[in-house]
Design a protein. Structure first.
Lengths: 530, 303
């Protein structure tokens, strides 16, 4: 064996063994239990385009989170002023970043001003000003606090969505934050994407509000402290949707964040599913008080600003459990229970991207990708063998090594294989023999000049080296940029391409060279098969 | 085996014809790029925002019927495309909001083709804000990739070769746009990926040719410039063709057997490989030859 060949062969062999080791978890359907303890467990994941599934990008309406917290401040201030018997005209959120307090006289205003300063030091306070003969002042959220709150809202939305998905039961979901207010959710292999989307995207804000029977829904003028909501009912036989407008008190008596549990139960009498909810101790106390004080009146169960139902309070309910019944199917009841358990989203989310691939198309793509790959490999292998004879076969050997190493590397990195990723591998089959073509053509030239096979070989590899480097680096530059900016399938393409190009440098410069060196080392070969 | 024996083709002499051809291609390409920039070309919904669905019906369905069915149910603007293999229909609606359109299409088809059941094989809905972001990101990516390549060429070659290689690379990208624009094929993220891949790849051929020209320029300082260029191109012609051929074979198998998802993507790659080979011989080299000749003429004047 020639000098310096030994370590190269060992290196090639070591990489082959490593590649197979890393590929085992991908290829084997079931691994022995001892495998994972000291051998690699990562495998090549299939992208959503190959295994089917749903990719969602959601935008959290963070502005709404700020408005929500300002509404809370307004309610809280109302309670505080009431408890201190300070008379005020109104306290409301105005615009997207302010709460306006309007009182009757200057004296109260000064007290309120001081109170606000103590209670909400983080807010920017305006001096008092005149508003139609009354004294008004505003509290404004400062920029930094607003950013913090927005950030928290996204974080909290992420947690809530994660919770919901976990309870819904999806294997290997990916839930990530992206950018400032985007959340990316990937649900591989999901059967009923629309149901999952509805479940994830629902704000699920639950409020119990008193019905204002004193105001007619058709009156047109609704006071500041009330609002007009709609109750939607679906006729079970005709499927027709009817909407009944109902005026309710704007301020909720009890909110959904006081829930501890929600479960689906079946009504034994009508065999109808309903959702049983359980309040925490504060919620239970409030519920007890409210129901005791309002027997005979109606209250509305409001879900995301739609009235779910508006039953009459028949008797005082203590103990902290209640039920939400209505025209549920088993699925809708269980989905409602999930969102109530997982909690409401701090702000509404909007789905801005939804890519869903059915499992049959995924399988079809895998089959076609592999088939195209196989034919591509065969065409190139045959062409090289015919055109360059034995040397062509050596280049083919280098190409096979290249594919093997690439698959090993993809699996070691736990990379995701997409259809464009498969395309990149097929493309690499063509590109990986190119380096050898450049070398072989050079060798042919050197042979024509009358050099011996050995020196023609060395000259060929030497002179072609720079050219090969150039072509690899330019491809790498674009692959790197694609990786940085691409998403999903394109990223998969960039990963396969860049890894393949780097590996190709090794296989074409070292892998095939070793084969030639072994062939030519004793100098007896008079004619090169090229 | 050899595809070509020794050739003696006067490539540089053909530059008048090749430049005219390339100029026409490039102008169409530029028009295509401008149309893409204005959003007037056939944009994929990943850039324009909208909804795309692939439906598989149990029985054959005609595009005309499908269009009537959608029209009846309030969907006036939809691009329909038939995939022959397996009763598949592509429905594309640009610029619509997420959620609603896909439901409307399904309801419409369920109602109008009650006896022809279908499944939704894939659906993609992209909101306008994502489309905007993607367009910007893609623009930045393309500029960065081109800049990276140009910087590399500038570092590896001297100015004249750099100009030739850069123009040839741009020519290849424009040619891909030109063909897609003329064929009214969809410009989507995968197409841009193909263009950037070819931008990286097409340099391979150019570099092979340039390396040889440079080698021969150093060896032979006295010969006529055009002869040196022609000899160099002829010397490396077979490897230019063979390297392209192997990639062409791989891309062709993707095009023919890879399925509808990457059909246009592989078409773009095929075009790119062909044009990339043409441009290293007929665009890059003649440009450098002209620049070198001009430098040669100017030199005595300066001295």
């Amino acid at each position: 064996m020639p000098k310096e060949t030994g370590w190269r062969i060992s290196l090639i062999a070591a990489f082959v063994v490593l590649s197979f080791l890393y590929l085992t978890p991908t290829l084997a359907s079931k691994l022995p239990s001892w495998w994972g303890t000291f051998l690699p467990k990562d495998k090549i994941h299939l992208g959503l385009d190959l295994q089917g599934g749903t990719h969602l990008v959601m935008e959290v309406d963070t502005q709404k989170a700020i408005e929500g917290s300002l509404d809370l401040v307004a309610t809280d201030l109302e309670d505080t002023l009431n408890s201190k018997s300070l008379r005020f005209k109104r306290i409301t959120r105005s615009g997207s970043d302010k709460v306006t307090v309007v009182v009757y006289e200057k004296g109260t205003a000064d007290t309120v001003l001081k109170l606000i300063k103590d209670k909400y030091p983080a807010y920017e306070q305006s001096p008092t000003f005149d508003e139609g003969g009354f004294v008004a002042m505003t509290l404004r959220v400062n920029e930094k606090d607003a950013q913090d709150r927005k950030d928290k809202a996204v974080q909290q939305a992420l947690e809530t969505i994660r919770n919901r998905i976990d309870q819904f039961g999806v294997s290997e979901p990916t839930i990530q934050r992206e950018g400032i207010n985007h959340i990316v959710v990937q649900l591989p292999g999901i059967k009923d994407p629309q149901r999952a989307i509805d479940l994830i995207g629902r704000t699920a804000r639950l409020d119990f509000k008193m019905v204002r029977e004193d105001i007619s829904p058709t009156s047109g003028t609704i006071p500041d402290d009330a609002e007009l909501l709609k109750e939607k009912t679906v006729d079970p036989t005709t499927g027709a949707v009817s909407e009944i407008p109902i005026v309710v008190q704007k301020k909720p008596m009890i909110t959904g964040d006081l829930l501890t549990d929600a479960q689906v139960r079946i009504d034994s009498q009508f065999n109808q599913p309903y959702v049983a909810i359980e309040f925490n101790s504060l919620g239970a106390k409030l519920f007890d008080q409210v129901t005791a004080a309002n027997v005979g009146k109606r209250f509305a169960i409001v879900l995301d600003n739609n009235i779910h139902s508006a039953p009459v309070i028949r008797e005082r309910i203590s103990g902290g459990s209640a039920q939400i019944s209505g025209s549920f199917t088993e699925k809708t009841a269980s989905d409602l229970a999930i969102v109530l358990r997982a909690g409401a989203l701090p702000a509404p989310v909007k789905i801005i991207q939804n890519v869903t691939v059915g499992p049959s198309l995924g399988q079809d793509s895998i089959n076609k990708g592999l088939y195209a790959g196989l034919i591509g490999v065969l065409l190139v292998v045959i062409f090289m063998a015919v055109y360059y004879k034995l040397s062509g076969l050596i280049a083919d050997f280098g190409m096979i090594l290249n594919i093997l190493y690439l698959m090993g590397a993809l699996s070691a990195l736990g990379a995701t294989l997409t259809l464009p990723g498969i395309a990149a591998i097929v493309l690499l089959v063509g590109m990986s023999v190119d380096s050898n073509v450049i070398i072989f053509e050079r060798i042919r030239e050197e042979l024509k000049l009358g050099k011996s096979p050995k020196s023609a070989l060395d000259a060929g590899y030497d002179k072609a080296f720079l050219t090969i480097m150039d072509s690899h680096i330019t491809t790498l530059i674009t692959a790197a940029v694609l990786f940085q900016f691409g998403t999903g399938p394109v990223k998969g393409f960039a990963v396969s391409l860049s890894l393949g190009v780097i590996i190709n440098l090794f296989t074409s410069l070292i892998g095939t060279k070793v084969a030639f060196d072994l062939l030519l080392h004793n100098g007896k070969v008079k004619k090169m098969s090229i | 085996m050899e595809l070509l024996g020794k050739t003696r083709i006067d490539f540089i002499g053909m530059r008048n014809i090749s430049f005219i051809i390339s100029a026409i291609i490039s102008i169409i390409g530029i028009i295509g790029v401008i149309q893409v920039g204005r959003g007037a070309a056939n944009m994929g919904i990943d850039f324009s925002g909208g909804t795309a669905m692939q439906l598989k019906f149990s029985k054959p369905i005609s595009i005309a019927d499908a269009r009537v069915a959608l029209h009846k149910n309030g969907i006036a603007k939809a691009d329909l495309q038939e995939i022959k293999d397996g009763n598949k229909l592509l429905v594309k609606m640009a610029g619509a909001a997420v959620g609603k359109p896909s439901e409307m299409v399904q309801t419409a088809f369920k109602k109008e083709f009650a006896d022809n059941a279908f499944t939704v094989e894939s659906s993609t809905e992209i909101g306008p804000s994502i489309g905007d972001k993607l367009r910007k990101d893609t623009l930045v990516a393309s500029v960065l990739a081109m800049l990276g390549i140009i910087l590399y060429i500038a570092w590896r070659f001297d100015f004249k070769f750099g100009v030739g290689a850069t123009l040839a690379t741009m020519h290849d990208c424009l040619a891909m746009f030109a063909v897609f624009y003329l064929m009214n094929k969809e410009i989507n993220l995968l197409f841009i990926t193909a263009v950037l891949t070819i931008a990286g790849y097409s340099l391979t051929d150019t570099v092979v040719v340039f390396d040889r020209i440079r080698e021969n320029l150093h060896k032979n300082l006295k010969g006529a410039m055009n002869t040196i260029f022609n000899d160099s191109i002829n010397e490396v012609l077979s490897r230019t063709i063979v390297t392209s051929l192997t990639v062409f074979l791989a891309a062709a198998s993707l095009f023919l057997f890879g399925g509808e998802v990457i059909h246009d993507f592989s078409l773009a790659l095929l075009i790119g490989v062909l044009v990339g080979t043409y441009s290293s011989v007929f665009v890059a080299s003649p440009i450098v030859a002209i620049l070198e000749n001009r430098a040669l003429v100017n030199k005595p004047k300066v001295a």
